[in-house]
Design a protein around this ligand. Structure first.
Ligand code: XMP
Length: 516
């Protein structure tokens, strides 16, 4: 019943390839409204389940040969529709209006001036409200039946609606933060005009997902690989709520985790009541890495070793039918995007990939429709320890891609000590939660130092702390000098084999977060 209710309050976002499409979805979710992004050329079959439709922007021009030109007859006038930027231009073009290059290309800040007053679409939004523009075409002539609603100094047709329909179009982007009343405008359209209910909350997500998982999985057994990270942990707790002991969790120690991480995280999982098995495969991973120094070869060796260990363990579970994964919505959107996925592979982890087919397991992904911040909110609503939910991201290959060059157990030991001093220091100084990700790298160089009148010739380590929202772009964090000074002293005094500490002050791009 609840699921049905949720579906009837779905919003469909038709993606024309804009860089901001994900942002539209996030803003809608912030209004506690469920929405899904679908590429314009792969419309879902069940469009009836959607209560309203939003057309996204696009890098294309409606006049271009390859521009998205979907048939809107099934939607226009039948569902409340909000068309944004390219979406607005295409709606005009499709409905008999005229779109042409604008004399002044409009990017950035603009201010609305209303042509019609008392429009529910603009309720609680003041004349002059700042909006964000990013377009080079403009709507020269509105289509038949259009009611002109607003202009800016450079754009005559900045907003219009179609008389007798719940169809609205805006040239600006309400989804970006710089459109001051963008969220209010989305609320006006979705809640007041389209009548969508604001029932999408972490609690309702948990209730609905648990019911769906129970129906889908019945008495089947499910295996899941825990990583210690937020996504797999929240996925595990959701599945555990749904099917209890039929969820078999496997937590593999690849020997490349942080200091004491394996034992402490395993304890934490057991404390949460999960049916979890810790598998210490450190030696197997170190063997697989022996002699390798190329980053991609190291990733491949670790990936293969993980599959072997996981497969061995999964075979020990009699009659297991499903493999659960902690995939989240940005990965899904990326893999079904208008362009069909990422354009260039910088590092192999950017490609979404699961375990190979030979496992013969069906896949279940309870988080595949939610964003990272929602995963955290869902985790919190199920009572997961805030410390676990607030953990920094940590790469799957772990310290192997933070030890530049080849890996030995001695190098792992050194880096674990350095990393522990840095991370514990951040926690003790109240800085940990202000940083998106932090860690240390071990460089493959020795440098000369002097300790107690003796010459040393030892390793250099790098400390890296970045702020980011999704890891796609990042900037280094301006950590206090006193903190860096204290941390550097502690590392050099306490970690044998290190005589030099440097702090990484590169942003991404052009650098990346990890050094390999
Ligand atoms: P980069 O170094 O590409 O990192 O700026 C962006 C984010 O991805 C993480 N990362 C990985 N995660 N397997 C993973 O699971 C990998 O091979 C991998 N390489 C980088 C990195 O820690 C950061 O959060």
């Amino acid at each position: 019943m609840l699921f049905l209710h949720m579906q009837q309050h779905n919003v469909l976002i038709l993606d024309f390839g804009s860089q901001y499409t994900q942002l539209i979805a996030r803003r809608v979710r912030e209004l506690n409204i469920y929405c899904e992004i679908h590429p314009f050329n792969k419309l879902p079959k069940n469009t009836n389940e959607f209560k309203a439709v939003i057309l996204s922007g696009s890098p294309s021009s409606v006049r271009g040969e390859d521009a998205p030109h979907p048939d809107l007859t099934l939607i226009r006038g039948k569902k409340p529709m909000l068309a944004v930027c390219y979406g607005a231009q295409y709606l005009a073009h499709f409905s008999g209006g005229k779109v042409a290059p604008s004399n002044t290309r409009e990017y950035g800040r603009a201010n609305l001036s209303f042509v019609k007053n008392n429009e529910p679409f603009f309720s609680n939004i003041s004349e002059g409200s700042q909006v964000w523009m990013s377009h080079s075409d403009t709507i020269k002539e509105l289509p038949t039946g259009a009611v002109h609603l607003a202009s800016t100094s450079d754009v005559e047709n900045a907003a219009f609606r179609i008389e007798g329909e719940e169809t609205y179009a805006i040239q600006f982007h309400p989804e970006v933060y710089h459109s001051t009343d963008g969220k209010q405008l989305l609320e006006n359209f979705l809640v007041n005009i389209a009548g969508v209910a604001q029932t999408w909350t972490p609690d309702s997500f948990v209730e609905t997902t648990v019911a769906n998982l129970q129906e889908k999985l019945g008495n089947d057994k499910v295996v899941l690989g825990l990583s210690g990270g937020v996504d797999s942990s929240v996925a595990a707790v959701l599945l555990h709520k749904a099917i209890g002991k039929n969820l078999y969790c496997i937590f593999v120690n690849n020997g490349l985790l942080r200091k004491n991480e394996f034992e402490s995280v395993l304890n934490q999982y057991e404390g949460m009541g999960l049916n979890v098995k810790g598998v210490d495969a450190s030696a197997r991973f170190l063997n697989a890495l022996a002699g390798l120094s190329d980053p991609e070869e190291k990733r491949k060796a670790i990936g293969n070793a993980f599959i072997e260990v996981f497969d061995d363990e999964a075979h020990l579970i009699e009659d297991v039918k499903w493999l659960a994964q902690g995939t989240i919505y940005p990965d899904v959107i990326e893999s079904v995007s208008v362009n069909g996925g990422p354009s260039a592979t910088i590092k192999s982890h950017h490609n979404v990939g699961g375990l190979p087919d030979f496992m013969k397991l069906k896949i279940v992904e309870p988080l595949r429709m939610i964003f990272k911040d929602e995963v955290r909110r869902v985790g919190a609503s199920m009572g997961i320890d805030p410390e676990l939910l607030g953990r920094h991201p940590f790469p799957g290959p772990g310290l192997a891609i933070r030890i530049l060059g080849d890996i030995t157990s001695e190098k792992v030991r050194i880096l674990q000590e350095v990393d522990a001093i840095f991370i514990n220091g951040l926690k003790d100084s109240g800085l940990y939660d202000k940083v998106w990700q932090a860690g240390a790298m071990l460089l493959p160089v020795n440098s000369v130092g002097v300790m107690g009148d003796e010459r040393t010739y030892e390793k250099a380590v790098v400390l890296r702390a970045v702020e980011s929202t999704d890891g796609m772009t990042a900037d280094w964090v301006n950590l206090p000098y006193e903190f860096l000074q204290k941390t550097s002293n502690q590392i050099i005094n306490k970690v044998k084999g290190v005589n030099r500490v440097v702090y990484d002050i590169s942003s991404k791009p052009p650098a990346t977060i990890e050094w390999e």
